[in-house]
Each structure stands twice: as C-alpha cells, then as structure tokens.
Design a protein around this ligand. Structure first.
Ligand SMILES: [Fe+2]
Length: 175
C-alpha cells in the first residue's frame, strides 16, 4: 500500500486536534496505526482506507465519553466515537462506504465478533499489540501462559505471530 493514503493527513491532523494536549492518546493512536499498516501487508484483500482511518479514529470516543459520562468505559467510547469519526471523515472527503465501515469498527472496537470483517480484525489486533502489556502483567507469565493468552486474545494469525515476536523473547527460560 502507498505510505500515505489520500485523506490520511487530514484525518490524522483532525485526530490530533481533537485529542488536543492528550499526548498519551495521540501516541497510542499513532502506534496502533503503525501496527495496522504493518499487518495490512499480510492481508492484500483488506481495504487500506478503512483500516488506517479506523486505526486513527478507534479511540476518538474516549474524550466525549469522559466529558459527557465521566468515564471512558468501553460502552461509552463505542457510543460516542462513531459520530465524531463520521464528522472527521466527512470533513476529509472520505467516501460514504468507507465512512460507514470505519464508524462500525469504531463503534465496536472493544466488542469482537459483532463486526466480523478483516478490517475490524486488523484494527482490533493492532490495538492489542499496544495494549497487551497494560492489560496483562507479562513479567509474571510463563512462556506457555503468554502463548495461550496471545492465541486467545488476537483474532488473526499475523497478529498472533507479531505479538509473540514482540513479547515472548523476554519470557525465554521462564516456562
Ligand atoms: Fe486503543
């Protein structure tokens, strides 16, 4: 895929502007997007625009969820994210089908199985590549336990392979 998609700069800049000073959120989002682009190489049939824009906007509902509901709990992120994602993509002149598919992913990104598309699975796994050490205490897992966790959590084999390459080497000799 081209390194930079049409509209990608506009969407990325809108995301960083929306998150304002929240550098942690912005860095997380850019990291997830970088993994999504990497995983895309293993899925030539996936739509790169949907994957990259959904990665850039997957957490966009966190800010309005915190402002309106006082919590960034997954169900409020999923409720508040799609309208913001749609507005940003419409402003960036993305196509209707892309906007709709991205909004679906943003609205279910903590709920695997509802949107069962390859683009959803790539974004979901990219988020987990970043979040795994925050959710699980990796240092306390044996290699066998960590392998089991990765096999369960990730939805794609390229995602599992990448997670094992990233996180299993540090566990060598502890199983
Ligand atoms: Fe995320």
């Amino acid at each position: 895929m081209p390194r930079e998609l049409p509209c990608e700069t506009s969407v990325r800049e809108a995301m960083t502007a929306f998150f304002d000073q929240d550098t942690h959120r912005i860095e997380h989002t850019l990291q997830v997007t970088s993994y999504a682009k990497e995983l895309l190489e293993s899925f030539p049939g996936a739509n790169p625009e949907i994957v990259v824009f959904a990665a850039l906007l997957h957490d966009i509902g966190i800010k309005p969820a915190e402002e309106k509901h006082g919590t960034s709990a997954p169900r409020f992120q999923e409720m508040e994210g799609p309208p913001v994602a749609k507005a940003i993509l419409a402003e960036a002149a993305a196509g209707h089908a892309v906007i709709s598919a991205v909004a679906d992913i943003v609205g279910h990104h903590h709920t695997p199985g509802v949107v069962d598309t390859v683009e959803f699975r790539i974004v979901y796994d990219s988020d987990w590549l970043v979040n795994l050490p925050d959710v699980y205490d990796l240092a306390s897992q044996t290699s066998t336990e960590l392998t089991r966790i990765i096999d369960q959590v990730f939805l794609t084999n390229p995602g599992r392979t990448r997670a094992k390459a990233m996180y299993l080497p540090s566990r060598k000799g502890t199983s």
